[in-house]
Design a protein around this ligand. Sequence first.
Ligand code: ADP
Ligand code: ZN
Length: 627
Amino acid sequence: MPGSLDDILGVVRHYWGYDTLRPLQEEAIEAGLAGHDSLVVLPTGGGKSLCYQVPPLLGERMDVVVSPLIALMKDQVDGLVANGYPAAAFHSGLDAQQRQEARELVRSGRCRLLFVSPERLVSPSFLAFVEECGVSSFAIDEAHCISEWGHDFRPEYRQLAVLRERFPHASLHAYTATATPRVRQDIVQQLRLRDPRIIVGTFDRPNLVYRIVPRVERFRQTLDVLTRHPGEAAIVYCISRRETEDLAVRLRERGLRAAHYHAGMLPEARRETQERFADERLDIVTATVAFGMGIDRSDVRCVLHTGIPKSVEAYQQETGRAGRDGLAAECVLLYSYADVERWESLLERGHLDARDRVGPDADAIAQLETAHAAQRTLLRQMAGLASNARCRHAALSEHFGQAFPHATCGACDVCLGEVDGLPDATVVAQKILSCVARVEQRFGLGHVADVLAGADTENVRRLGHERLSTYGLLRDLPKNALLNLMHQLLEQGLLVRSDGDRPIVHLNDASIEVMRGSREVVLLRPIKAGRTRQAKVEESGWQGVDRDLFEAMRALRRDIAEAKGVPPYVVFGDVTLRELAARRPSTLEAMAGIKGIGKRKLADYGPRFLEVILEQAHTSGLGLDAE
Ligand code: ADP
Ligand code: ZN
């Protein structure tokens, strides 16, 4: 059976138009060819799909891929078919004719990949069908769904354990982007993998530019970030459903093409947002974490978190949806310690409810306690990462147990020199703390901020607090900025807040040290609008690219996609369009050398893109066949 690197590259070139493999793809493909069980852990965008798509082509066989969502399967099959790759899926979204076509493709023996959901696969009739087809290899995509320790547990994945019994001679290949050892171990055990090859990639994503900025004014900061990405795809993650809705409305008022997405919407409404985003009729989705799996748009140029995610794993997963095509993308987290407290109280409430439900069962209670403690730890790790002013790439890599080999990454706010300490932070902290003392440690953050800002509120007047010496002491700072600074003090343990419904802030020994001047304080402030620097990865991605030509081809891509009823990225990815717009091939032969243009696509779309290139070159005097 063919299986050398040349053979692999031959089909990769033929179907996908790629000249090289990404790290570890060769190893993963080899395991697939050899029929050796494997667990492949690659970050989002690492190119996992190719690893299970290549072996059945070379082995001239049909493999089965287990995938959790219909939308995900549908997109993958569309993408493969556009490349001339024979693939099919069986799911409830097919009409009678599509079902018939899929069945015929499989019967004819030409089908190379069959996608199916876990619950359908394990039904007796489907297992019998698969057996009849002589399937010898199964790929389990999103395999972390099998583990309660992952962030997306799906009980139906547990049933996949039957595969080992039913198909003792078949090989099983698990794929995931979740890297924690606990989840890895769970996958191996639950699927009963046999002496699996464990292939773990690098978790750093050099094309992502990370920024973690103190949140002082959510909406204005959100707009600032989105303004850097006009007409580009962006996802804005919010903590609550309400926030996603409100934000989408406000963004639309500003003329942006935005819509919201969360799990409380009707399925049709959800599908509509998802499809409009995939079809590029929508640029921005404001979403809860429910928006995730199933977005295959690889040109997401910005992922913005307006609140903190619950864990570093979730953060990695969500930011990982940016720049899957390998081109630069920006990930911004607007951070406030207030979110950490908010998540903690939500976790606490959830935990208490769960305890009420399980009753007196000691084992169950112990299990809940463990899970609760684990969640708190995950949250604390995320907060630690966010409040630290260390290279973001280094901090993330180390979280996943991988040393970061560079002294500076050149692609995060810390390394770009944007992280800005508040001048005179110690003096500002002293003013805040003395105000807490002046109001006799009997009020909450809001009132203290009002007094410092010199606000004229009902409470201030009633209490006569405008006569305090600290009244208006920090009136240069907006109230939101003051609140953020106080949250930074709380986080650093320089100020304390009581529990309960109406928490008040009070001082501790550390506060006294600061007030006496025997302790220095560092406080961060957000970078001013328009002051961010460009990272190298952002510049290099546009090198030589003619932007007008790029946009013209983007429009053509949208037209073709619409006519074919597929998402635009299925036609060509941004990498291909940028390379076309930089090299501007003058013939189809020259075009064949461009990344992402395989034989099928060259024949199907080449002529129309060539036309646009020649026309644009003619009208704006661009040179052709550039190096
Ligand atoms: P994952 O499933 O690991 O998140 P995908 O399989 O969706 O990642 O791949 C991400 C992107 O990278 C896709 O657009 C895919 O076509 C592209 N890709 C995969 N392998 C290669 C390669 N060897 N060379 C260039 N691009 C690749
Ligand atoms: Zn850095």
